[in-house]
Design a protein around this ligand. Structure first.
Ligand code: CMP
Length: 137
């Protein structure tokens, strides 16, 4: 049924001028944008968003990257939106992501992979509440 997912177009997407191209993919698929904002992510927000990763070896450079410039935060809605967004995004590592996916077509990195999408209904609810509290009840 209809579902919402949180999506972040990371600083590399904004720097590279790919915001329009990436938003077009979500819209062309049939997902509806229900919230969207340009946000400069702070270290504090990064730590909350990536709470499950803060103790990983890859987190310090990820935190530096994700706070390195403005991102586009959005919420999309549609049938099975969480799984659909993950399919559009492709595998985490852009070098391994399939052609036709966002990361497969535009990223050659495991970190600078352009886009984040919620990985489960629980993550989506948590992330939407964190980024767009006005959307939650
Ligand atoms: P994202 O979907 O935002 O979720 C966690 C992020 O951590 C991931 O995309 C990548 O940007 C980053 N990441 C995950 N694994 C690695 C890794 N092994 N090395 C560097 N960055 C990683």
């Amino acid at each position: 049924g209809a579902e919402r997912s949180f999506v972040l177009l990371k600083p590399d997407a904004v720097r590279r001028g790919l915001v329009g191209a990436l938003l077009s993919r979500f819209e062309a698929k049939g997902l509806r944008i229900v919230a969207l904002e340009l946000r400069q992510v702070t270290g504090e927000l990064a730590d909350e968003h990536y709470a499950e990763h803060v103790n990983r070896n890859f987190y310090p450079p990820l935190r530096t990257f994700i706070t390195s410039g403005p991102s586009i935060a959005l919420v999309v809605e549609g049938d099975q939106a969480i799984e659909v967004v993950r399919g559009l995004n492709g595998a985490t590592d852009g070098r391994k992501a399939a052609p036709g996916t966002i990361r497969g077509d535009y990223s050659l990195s495991n970190r600078e992979n352009l886009v984040h999408g919620s990985d489960s209904p629980e993550s989506a609810a948590r992330e939407i509440k964190l980024w767009f509290p006005e959307l939650s009840d």
